[in-house]
Design a protein around this ligand. Structure first.
Ligand SMILES: [Fe+2]
Ligand SMILES: [Fe+2]
Length: 176
């Protein structure tokens, strides 16, 4: 989704495409709602919490990542503001929005890299079989006790809608 957003911004920047605010707004909503409501709370409550119980070795990086979960939510608010300014204020506001998209993307990729390169290997070393069963239940396809199946279905529907309305090559470009 984030790649899709970066792509659209790039297309507008290069004058190849007029902005489609419906699509961009839906993408931003998804990027905000999915990590906020599903992914980050699960990391904080299950993975990070269990890691802290098993070892203190990861505490510094887990503190950073938890702070980033909070900071990421603020960056999304800035993006929403930026989009509103662009939509209402016109072209002169575009550069600021485009810069915010890049800033958020950088921030997000860095966050993910830290999780993949530091947290997951640590989890591989210290979590027990029992812990992993708990992670599978929380992050897998089975019902999530925290948010429930309905929320996940809503995200699937929203994702499908965005794929439908986003222009090719990132989506199908159908009018709805
Ligand atoms: Fe995270
Ligand atoms: Fe993550």
């Amino acid at each position: 989704m984030l790649h899709g957003l970066q792509y659209l911004v790039q297309e507008v920047r290069q004058g190849r495409r007029r902005p489609d605010f419906n699509v961009i707004r839906a993408m931003l909503y998804y990027i905000d709602a999915f990590p906020e409501k599903l992914h980050h709370p699960k990391e904080d409550r299950y993975l990070f919490a269990r890691l802290r119980e098993r070892t203190t070795e990861g505490n510094a990086v887990l503190d950073q990542l938890e702070a980033q979960h909070i900071h990421g939510a603020k960056l999304i608010r800035d993006l929403e503001q930026g989009l509103l300014h662009w939509e209402m204020g016109g072209e002169q506001e575009f550069a600021a929005f485009a810069a915010e998209v890049e800033r958020y993307a950088d921030f997000h990729w860095r966050h993910m890299r830290q999780e993949e390169e530091v947290v997951l290997p640590l989890a591989g070393r210290v979590l027990t079989d029992e812990d992993w069963r708990e992670m599978d239940a929380a992050f897998g396809d089975s019902a999530d006790p925290l948010v429930g199946k309905d929320v996940e279905r809503d995200f699937d529907r929203l994702f499908t809608r965005i794929v439908n309305i986003a222009p090719p090559p990132i989506g199908l470009g159908r009018e709805i």
